[in-house]
Design a protein around this ligand. Structure first.
Ligand code: IVH
Length: 702
């Protein structure tokens, strides 16, 4: 059966009357299939066939916006903005990339790879090199060759279902071509907009009095994340494939092999790409692409180098959300000159006073910039930046724009002096010895600090409360509706007895208020590492929060240990904390400082009464011989580098500590092991040589 009526023609050849007729037919047809699928559980067509109908409907609507019907299927999608996008948990996390900004960084990357893999001097290490497109990454799942699901990256672990929208992108095959398609394959790549399409689209928008996009990346992101796919269909989006996610069978042994398979299936690959064998080859490629940058039809912000062989990638693994086997080599930042109007002071969540340059607006690399960071008072003094100066401002990728230098002072200007009191609460702002940052001493009485902490608390990588953005948090804070994190979870109850409930306020309604309460309710259960990160303790970023969660396992254990460490900086809890690999005395000191303040504990306990903190995920492979064990490595290993050994141990569920204590289960001693081996022997800790270690993890008798 053909899905389209016999008279169905390519969309671009339809007359107005034919288009109207086709939209009427599709509205009825799609509504029928919706009913069969959702209400009767008896779909008569496949998902891909259904999507083809929707895609034709959206394409016609994009071409004939005046003909969009009141009962259009696209309106049904668009009419449910509250639902937003369905959340999709990525079966394999979508990683980001570490950056290299100089040739030295790239040389270090290569050296790191060789060291980790214990490669000898003559051993070859091939790297695939590709342009780094400035768009947004997307994962496409194909089941038996048909596009089943498309998801955005989101926070890397959970993305959003944008299948309907992706179906409108021409470069995305709906069915994979060729006989050898795996049962399941997830293709990852970048959704982007070409520079020419971006400019043309902005011209049209400007002519219609609409808002223009700042750059192709923003345009692509704004176009993909539309609740109404008809809007996406009208935007010139494209897709490049560059990686694989989950697959039901191996697709290739190398990146180049994978590219060939992707091309055969019908994907567009980003070119020019090449395979390089050494630093000279890599840098030649970098300079070639840099020179051709303006002639490429799309915006790129650098190039990516990836280890070509997949078996080596498996060994290299990842660190802190980025693969060890790849790096993005960024192009130099784009710069512009403008006038510094004034220097204002921003107070962060840890009380740090950051000087911010308020600038005469200027476009830097396609983006309008009116503020830039000046970092701290030493930086200002070093560059002698004064209000009124002509300055050079630069932006690189997504980082905050910065002031590079001052070109000229205004007449009669004076060197800038940093305030000695907090501009937000008037408390003294002091600079501790050895610190570059001046901090407000107001603690929680400082409204700026409280606000920034709350903003951090609800942000995407923390509690991720949808609908509680920076602006709304600011308003609720100003009205003292929310003063501490626990208040967020009491908002709904408080609202019930309130004379001016949220739904009656300006800009709010029944729907938006209940959506917000639902979003808050959805976060009453939270993982331990997110919970720890959300507290905004100095130096406790996501990686450290994960480390703490993994080490202590439960909220109660972590709280008890931190209180004990704060109470006695020579005691056992303190020693255990500082023994965690990658947590030194400075980070431990910040944790102790947080737990040493009674008001912090009050805020923490108040929050913990409102939410359920889920135990940290137990290590994936607990039945391995080292699952849950505490290991320490020392000396030189022959078969693998110490970093690889450590990564292997962690992947098997072990915890790797930096020093030996009575809690250590095994000390793995390579050649020339020193004092750690002596200490282990004295404490009665089992010492394994390299062969015994390999036998243990590979399950072989030694
Ligand atoms: S490889 C992490 N190749 O850059 C391993 N990424 O800044 C998979 N990107 O999240 C990424 N062009 O969205 C890869 N040729 C390319 C790319 C590329 C752009 C994006 C990707 C990634 C981001 C990191």
């Amino acid at each position: 059966m053909s899905l389209f009526s016999p008279e169905s023609l390519p969309v671009e050849r339809l007359t107005d009357d034919e288009a109207a007729g086709e939209l009427a037919r599709l509205a009825v047809l799609i509504a029928d299939h919706d009913r069969l699928y959702h209400q009767l559980d008896k779909p008569q067509i496949s998902d891909a066939e259904y999507d083809a109908l929707v895609r034709r409907n959206t394409a016609i609507e994009a071409r004939y916006p005046a003909l969009v019907r009141a009962d259009s299927p696209s309106k049904r999608v668009g009419a449910a903005p509250a639902a937003g996008f369905r959340k999709i948990v990525h079966t394999l996390p979508m990683l980001s990339l570490a950056n290299a900004f100089s040739e030295e960084d790239v040389a270090d990357f290569l050296a790191r790879l060789r060291r980790f893999l214990s490669l000898a001097e003559g051993d070859e290490l091939a790297l695939a090199a590709e342009p780094k497109i400035d768009g947004l990454s997307c994962a496409l799942r194909y089941v038996r060759g048909r596009l089943d699901l498309a998801a955005t990256r989101g926070d890397g672990a959970v993305g959003e279902d944008v299948t309907r929208n992706v179906l409108t992108i021409k470069d995305v095959p709906q069915c994979l071509a060729g006989p050898q398609v795996p049962e399941l394959v997830e293709v990852r790549g970048e959704v982007y907009m070409s520079r020419a399409d971006f400019l043309a689209m902005n011209r049209t928008r400007a002519a219609q009095g609409g808002e223009v996009f700042a750059n192709p990346r923003n345009a692509a992101a704004g176009s993909l994340r539309q609740l109404n796919p008809a809007v996406t269909a009208g935007r010139p989006l494209r897709f490049f494939a560059y990686a694989l996610g989950e697959v039901s069978e191996p697709v290739a042994a190398t990146h180049q092999g994978m590219r060939q398979r992707l091309a055969a299936w019908g994907f567009v690959l980003n070119e020019p790409a090449c395979t390089c064998l050494d630093l000279a080859g890599i840098l030649a490629y970098y300079h070639q692409i840099e020179a051709a940058r303006t002639e490429l039809p799309f915006d790129i912000d650098g190039v990516v180098y990836k280890v070509d062989r997949f078996d080596l990638r498996d060994r290299l693994g990842m660190v802190s959300r980025a693969p060890r086997w790849a790096i993005a080599h960024k192009f130099p930042a784009e710069q512009a000159r403008t006038r510094l109007l004034k220097i204002s002071i921003q107070v962060g969540r840890t009380g740090a006073l950051t000087p911010v340059a308020e600038l005469e607006p200027v476009t830097v690399g396609g983006v309008m910039v009116s503020r830039a960071t000046l970092h701290n008072e030493d930086e200002i003094a070093r560059k002698d930046v004064r209000p009124g100066d002509v300055v050079v401002v630069q932006r690189a990728g997504d980082v905050i724009p910065q002031i590079v230098q001052s070109l000229a002072h205004a007449p009669d200007s004076e060197p800038y002096v940093m305030p000695e009191s907090c501009p937000e609460c008037g408390s003294r702002a002091v600079r501790e010895e050895g610190e570059v940052v001046r901090r407000c001493t107001g603690g929680l009485v400082c409204p700026a600090q409280a606000l920034e902490r709350l903003r951090h608390f609800v942000s995407r990588d923390a509690f991720d409360i949808e609908g509680l953005g920076e602006k709304i948090i600011g308003e609720f804070c100003a009205e003292t509706l929310i003063e501490k994190p626990g208040d967020i979870f009491r908002l709904a109850a408080r609202d019930q007895g309130c004379l001016t409930p949220l739904r009656k306020r300006a800009g709010w309604g029944d729907k938006s208020a209940s959506n917000l309460f639902a979003a808050i309710e959805a976060r009453r259960q939270i993982g331990l590492s997110r919970f720890i990160f959300a507290l905004g303790i100095r130096q406790i970023g996501q990686a450290t929060a994960r480390l703490l969660a993994r080490t202590y396992g439960t909220y109660a254990a972590w709280r008890t240990a931190m209180l004990a460490a704060a109470a006695d900086q020579e005691g056992q809890a303190w020693c255990e904390l500082t023994e965690i690999d990658q947590i030194g005395p400075a980070v431990a000191g910040d944790l102790a400082e947080f737990f040493g303040e009674a008001h912090n504990i009050e805020v923490l306990d108040d929050l913990a009464r409102e939410v359920t903190v889920l135990d940290a995920e137990s290590p994936k492979i607990t039945d391995s011989a080292v699952g849950g064990k505490i290991l320490v490595f020392t000396g030189t290993l022959a078969a693998m580098s110490r970093s690889e050994a450590k990564a292997r141990a962690e992947a098997l569920g072990a915890k790797v500590a930096g020093s030996v204590s009575a809690k250590t289960d095994y000390l793995i001693a390579g050649a020339d092991a020193g004092s750690k081996a002596t200490k282990a022997a004295a404490l009665g800790v089992t010492v394994l040589d390299e062969q015994e270690w390999l036998a243990l993890i590979e399950g072989k008798p030694s």
